[in-house]
Design a protein around this ligand. Structure first.
Ligand code: FAD
Length: 477
């Protein structure tokens, strides 16, 4: 049975799918979003929302709110007490001075240098990745403009860019600081969502990626209610609880999407998918160039993060709490993952939200289905074991801790970013070299999710970039 016709169908009601859908709708397209999950995720969204998205979709007036915890992080110290880092640089300097005066003296300079590097990424992230083969004067002007922007930031920033991006986060932090607790708190972000330890090359880039959009001296991404705001905006239709797959006619042309294995077909000439790229092309592999298929199959998506929620009555003595006492601790946590095992002592971070606590646990490698109740129990025990010395109430709350490991995410290898942010999988190499500008070899099918530039942990940039490319390609006269 064939149903009514839309101009565009967006697969997936995550942040990027919704942003893409709203941009298309605002350009006059009739848009349907199809999402397989029956219920919206109630948690807040982590990641910088580019100001262009906020402004162009008028999100502030629609209720967009950012949470700004202060201190932005607290880390337990070995001999008791906590290292608390604040939005105010001076206050952080005072806190660091109590544990290491030499590190405190360097904090403002470190923060200023990292902020400058992050601004370069911010500029790169609000447009499709630079097209290095292009002879188009506009693209060449854009690339030259970026070069000029970097030059204007000064010689030190040019040197830092070339030197820092390929570094390991451990090398970068050892270069600046002495104190283990400080390096642990900062190093943890360098390995977020990577099956790599802090001594792996490129983790300094991952650290900077997660610094984009944050104020100077704050090294945790902003958290907002963007997904629920986008869901409340008028202009698009959202259908939940249905799996969608692009459908092609006998001549190979895209004709719309099919719902579920035997469901209705909904017609549209344009399909935009926010599914992870490895999953997105699964259905079309026999018809695609084997080189493209090989590149897609080789996208590294090695999920290593478990996420949890803990219902919590009453106040907490923290807003963000990070248990990663040193770079050595992080490296040892990673050692287990190298051989496919969960960390015995994982890196755990807590974020208090209204009435519950969000939990990040790393490393918990994808087990390809070999996950069971026993594994869940062991994982929960490991998390509680790590947290109990710092949050004693956690023992009594253990039964309320609901953890989801990579096998439970319904994503390729359980990777929440739809592909790791390693240096070989960013910019014009994301999702694969040659296809980084949201188009695909299948005419009418576009990508818009975290598997495309600029990747996970940035809310809505990929959706906006993709929509702008699509609107250019399908310009109405
Ligand atoms: C439980 C969870 C916790 C997370 N926690 C964090 C965090 O703490 N920090 C952080 O930085 N990032 C986190 N992320 C990742 C973050 O949400 C993503 O980086 C970001 O949301 C990217 O958004 P997206 O729209 O590109 O992809 P997604 O949010 O993954 O959205 C894609 C959507 O498409 C749907 N979909 C896929 N295929 C189909 C299909 N065939 N038919 C219909 N629907 C389909 C999926 O169900 C999904 O809702 C988390 C993700 C999840 C799922």
């Amino acid at each position: 049975m064939t149903q009514s016709r839309y101009d565009a169908i967006v697969i997936g009601a995550g942040v990027n799918g919704l942003v893409a859908a709203h941009y298309l709708a605002r350009a006059g397209r009739r848009v349907l979003v199809v999402e397989r999950e029956p219920n919206a995720n109630a948690a807040l969204d982590v990641g910088w929302v580019p100001p262009q998205v906020v402004h162009e979709l008028d999100l502030e007036r629609q209720g967009l709110r950012f949470t700004q915890p202060d201190p932005w992080i607290a880390a337990p110290l070995e001999g008791g007490g906590r290292l608390e880092l604040w939005r105010d640089l001076g206050r952080s300097v005072e806190a660091i001075r109590r544990i290491n005066p030499a590190d405190a003296a360097k904090w403002p300079d470190f923060c200023a240098r990292m902020r400058k590097l992050a601004t370069v990424l911010e500029r790169l992230y609000v447009a499709p990745p630079p097209d290095i083969e292009s002879r188009n004067p506009r693209e060449l002007t854009r690339i030259a403009g970026l070069g000029l922007y970097v030059r204007r930031l000064g010689k030190q920033t040019v040197i830092d860019l070339a030197r820092v991006l390929p570094m390991s986060i451990a090398e970068l932090l050892d270069d600046w600081f002495e104190n283990d607790a400080l390096k642990g708190v900062l190093g943890a972000v360098g390995v977020w969502h990577l099956k790599q330890g802090p001594r792996s090359g490129g983790t300094a880039f991952n650290f900077l990626h997660h610094h984009v959009g944050s104020p100077i001296g704050v090294f945790r991404p902003p958290v907002s209610n963007i997904a629920s705001v986008l869901l409340g905006l008028p202009g698009i239709e959202v259908r939940r609880g249905q799996e969608a797959m692009p459908v092609h006619g006998p001549d190979g042309h895209l004709t719309g999407v099919g719902l579920g294995p035997h469901g209705d077909t909904i017609e549209a000439q344009l399909v935009v998918t926010s599914a992870d790229p490895r999953a997105a092309f699964e259905y079309a592999k026999p018809d695609l160039d084997p080189e493209f298929v090989r590149a897609i199959d080789n996208i590294k998506c090695r999920g290593v993060v478990a996420k949890g929620t803990l219902a919590w009555q009453g106040p907490t003595r923290f807003t963000n709490l990070c248990v990663a006492p040193s770079l050595e601790y992080l490296e040892r946590a990673y050692d287990a993952a190298k051989y496919g095992r969960d960390s015995e002592r994982p890196y755990v971070e807590l974020r208090a939200e209204d009435g519950h606590i969000e939990v990040h646990v790393q490393y918990v490698p994808f087990r390809n289905g070999d996950s069971n109740a026993e594994h869940d129990r062991e994982l929960r025990a490991a998390v509680v074991g790590v947290l109990a010395p710092h949050v004693p109430e956690i023992k009594a709350a253990e039964s309320r801790l609901v953890l989801k490991s990579p096998d439970q995410f319904h994503l390729t290898e359980g990777h929440l970013y739809h592909g790791e942010l390693t240096l070989d999988q960013i910019l014009f190499m994301r999702p694969v070299p040659g296809w980084s500008r949201y188009r695909t070899p299948l005419e009418g099918l576009y990508l818009c999710g975290a598997g495309t530039h600029p990747g996970g942990g940035i809310a809505g940039a990929a959706g906006r970039n993709a929509a702008r490319v699509i609107l250019k390609d399908t310009k109405r006269s």
